[in-house]
Write a new protein. Structure first.
Length: 68
């Protein structure tokens, strides 16, 4: 075996070990992390339903102090 093929073989081995380790870690994480289940919102509590950006007093204060 030549010196060039030995380096290439080692690189391929290390690449395969790294990819295999990452794949197995992802598979284990996918099994152990509980999946969130969406539940329908019951009731008409409109205060908890916020949509989009809301400029509150502390946000306006930040913008005021961050002006350059």
């Amino acid at each position: 075996m030549s010196h060039g093929q030995t380096k290439l073989s080692r690189r391929n081995f290390l690449l395969a070990v790294g990819a295999g380790g990452a794949a197995s870690a992802a598979a284990i994480a996918a099994k152990t992390v509980p999946q969130a289940q969406s539940q329908p919102v019951v009731g008409g509590d409109d205060k908890k339903k916020t949509r989009g950006y809301q400029a509150s007093e502390h946000v306006r204060n930040y913008y005021r102090t961050a002006k350059v």
